[in-house]
Design a protein around this ligand. Structure first.
Ligand SMILES: Nc1ncnc2c1ncn2[C@@H]1O[C@H](COP(=O)(O)OP(=O)(O)OP(=O)(O)O)[C@@H](O)[C@H]1O
Ligand SMILES: [Mg+2]
Length: 336
């Protein structure tokens, strides 16, 4: 469990981070990183290395095998610790708080970021640790195409690609569409501002018509930029006094995707069903779809946007495949 990782994280030293980074890098070449190679990566004397590896195994950040040789793999939790360490060192965040969400494909924590130029109040943000490779076979399979025979590393690639994709699309949409401001990303994790209010499914709205209009307006705006959310529902919409925010973007698609019509219809239909069931507010699905599509860009523009995004993702996955791991091995202090 990641909550334990936070506890464990505070006790990790620079040397531990060096070992974790070493295993991360070694996993580009080995299913199980041989202990001999760890000496090479970490430059630690054998006895010190053995002691620390044992501790990391005990903390469930890494896993060990003795057959056919002594070797190590990093767990998601070890990978979380590396990303967290990078965020703290970069001052992307200065403190981390409670877990606020566990999705099918992520674990989400509240955190704090210092204000820009150190003026004003600290900014509430969240860290979303992606978990795609663990739960989504489809995603892993797709990612495999990029990684060839390095299948053992696939969950790391899957989660990294999903985080990259989500960070890129938030950067494209913000601030034109009402989405949380993206703040930073590293490995399989992204930091974004905390959405205001609470998730639609847990809210009782006094003025549902207004919120429904606002959601449709944001869907239209997104579509006009050549993008469809593709997992929109009352679970991925935040509502507050100020308006709405759309979250959870890694599965977005382009409006020229072969399934674009079907997925747009599903998105809008999910929202309409919620407002009908909970508030008795009814709207005509087909009419709304026509309206949204009329706001769309031309096919050429959408193709251009899709090609750009595609190239970005390709470059990103290539970079991931090439670098595999960053070599930041310094420890960082985390404040609560
Ligand atoms: N920017 C944010 N501000 C506030 N809370 C957030 C934010 N992003 C995510 N959360 C919380 O974390 C939960 C999971 O996030 P998200 O929906 O992005 O991930 P997910 O794993 O894809 O979820 P699921 O598979 O359940 O849809 C959300 O339901 C929400 O409670
Ligand atoms: Mg979600």
């Amino acid at each position: 469990m990641i909550s334990d990782v936070l506890k464990v994280f505070r006790g990790l030293s620079n040397k531990d981070f060096r070992i974790l980074t070493g295993i991360e890098m070694g996993m580009k070449h080995f299913e199980w990183v041989p202990v001999e190679d760890m000496n090479k990566y970490t430059k630690l004397p054998v006895d010190k290395l053995a002691y620390r590896l044992k501790k990391l195994v005990g903390n469930k950040l890494v896993v060990r095998t003795f057959q056919p040789y002594e070797g190590y793999q990093i767990y998601f939790e070890g990978y979380d610790a590396l990303a967290l360490n990078t965020f703290v060192k970069r001052k992307t965040i200065t403190a981390i708080g409670d877990e606020i969400g566990v999705g099918k494909e992520s674990v989400v924590f509240e955190a704090i970021k210092e204000p820009e130029l150190a003026i004003g109040d600290p900014i509430p943000v969240i860290i979303k640790f992606h978990r795609e490779g663990r739960t989504s076979f489809k995603q892993v399979k797709r990612t495999r195409e990029h990684i060839g025979d390095r299948e053992h590393f696939s969950w790391i690639y899957a989660a990294r690609l999903a985080a990259q994709r989500e960070f890129d699309i938030l950067s494209t949409l913000y601030p034109k569409v009402s989405v949380p401001r993206p703040v930073g990303h590293n490995r399989h994790a992204i930091v974004m501002e905390l959405a205001k209010g609470s998730v639609l499914v847990k809210t009782k709205l006094l003025n549902p018509e207004w919120y429904l209009d606002e959601i449709i307006r944001q869907v239209k705006l997104t579509y006009s930029l050549g993008i469809i959310h593709a997992d929109l529902s009352e679970y991925n919409i935040f509502v507050s006094e100020d308006g709405i925010e759309l979250i959870d973007w890694p599965q977005y698609i382009s409006t020229i995707h072969p399934n674009a019509d079907e997925l747009l219809k599903r998105d809008v239909s999910n929202v309409l069903t919620h407002f009908d069931r909970k508030y008795g507010v009814k709207r005509d699905l087909e009419e709304l779809l026509r309206e949204i599509k009329a706001a769309g860009v031309t096919a050429e523009e959408a193709a251009e946007e899709a090609a750009e995004t595609e190239t970005e993702t390709e470059i990103a996955s290539k970079e991931i495949a090439e670098t595999g791991a960053e070599s930041e091995a310094e420890g960082a202090n985390i404040i609560r």
